[in-house]
Design a protein around this ligand. Structure first.
Ligand code: FPP
Ligand code: MG
Length: 305
């Protein structure tokens, strides 16, 4: 990777410990966020996917951003959990036979393989609705306007301008050979980027960020969002199903447009590194406090699953 000014302190930041500590806290909060209820079947299906592990990068990004700007973990936690609920529901629906028809996710059978298609659709719907309820009901100690703003950001990230629109464009492009880099980037900005940006923006809004903070953090998030997807495409070709916890080589078999297909693996890797270096530079102004977010950016291009 190209040298950045913060490299020495960044290199000595212990991201592994940071991520595993935060992940444990998030796991506990997620478990408590959704107790079993009636009818048990739907709660079990929702919990099956919500508590299936994973890197928990989205909630961690939200917490790290709120903390960078001086807000507490406790205040940001309901939103952090909601972001994971939304991410989980999008994966349950993405794996359905009508979408990507996948059998494995996070190393386990997909939701519809265990509970059937009908319940999997409803488990996704239940998680989506609950995400908004959970933020509205549980966010404490900050002005209500900030909570309303967060709800708006979440809605935009999910809708036709975000996840839903990105998925539609993605499905439209399947099997087409003439997908340009611009179209592919536009798909991913919505399908993956919108929610990752929402994680950072929500954390910032909860902490009362000003316009300058919001602008820097948005650029950071957009860059890591795109880099994340480029690396996802590379891993689909280079990693094994065991390493990924989901079916490897799926993009080729489903004839998906990907960055390695357009640019080759090496150029794709370089582009991801450039995006991450720009993201890191955006946050230099915050000094040492930005190390967690900067280290997460770096991890995105170095990850193996
Ligand atoms: C995984 O992509 C899927 C997503 C990032 C989101 C898909 C979005 C939807 C299904 C829309 C959900 C509906 C609402 C209401 C939010 P991938 O298939 O490229 O990656 P994978 O290999 O992990 O499956
Ligand atoms: Mg998929």
């Amino acid at each position: 990777m190209v040298e950045t000014e913060l490299k020495p302190s960044l290199a000595s930041f212990n991201l592994k410990t940071y991520l595993s500590t935060k992940k444990d806290i998030v796991e506990k909060a997620l478990d408590e966020s959704l107790p079993l209820g009636n009818p048990p079947k739907i709660y079990e299906a929702m919990r099956y996917s919500l508590l299936a592990g994973g890197k928990r990068l989205r909630p961690i990004l939200c917490l790290a951003t709120a903390e960078l700007l001086g807000e507490s973990e406790t205040t940001a936690m309901p939103t952090a959990c909601a972001l994971e609920m939304i991410h989980t529901m999008s994966l349950i629906h993405d794996d359905l036979p009508a979408m990507d028809n996948d059998d494995y996710r996070r190393g386990r059978l997909t939701n519809h393989k265990v509970y059937g298609e009908d319940i999997a659709i409803l488990a996704g719907d239940g998680l989506l609705a609950y995400a908004f309820e959970y933020v509205a009901e549980n966010t404490q100690n900050i002005p209500a306007e900030r909570v309303v703003k967060v709800l708006g950001i979440l809605g935009k990230a999910v809708g036709a301008d975000g996840l839903v629109g990105g998925q539609v464009m993605d499905l439209d492009c399947e099997g087409k050979c003439d997908v340009t880099a611009e179209t592919l980037t536009s798909i991913h900005r919505r399908k993956t980027g919108a929610l990752l940006e929402a994680c950072v923006s929500c954390g910032a809004v909860l902490a009362g960020a000003d316009v300058n903070d919001l602008s820097r953090l948005s650029i950071y998030a957009q860059n890591i969002g795109l880099a994340f997807q480029i690396i996802d495409d590379i891993l689909d070709v280079t990693a094994t199903t065991e390493e990924l916890g989901k079916t490897a080589g799926k993009d080729i078999s489903a004839q998906k447009a990907t960055y390695p297909k357009l640019w080759g693996i090496e150029v794709s890797q370089t582009k991801a590194e450039e995006l991450v270096n720009d993201a890191i530079a955006q946050l230099d102004v915050y000094g040492e406090k930005a190390l967690p977010l900067q280290a997460i950016a770096q991890y995105i291009v170095q990850r193996k699953n």
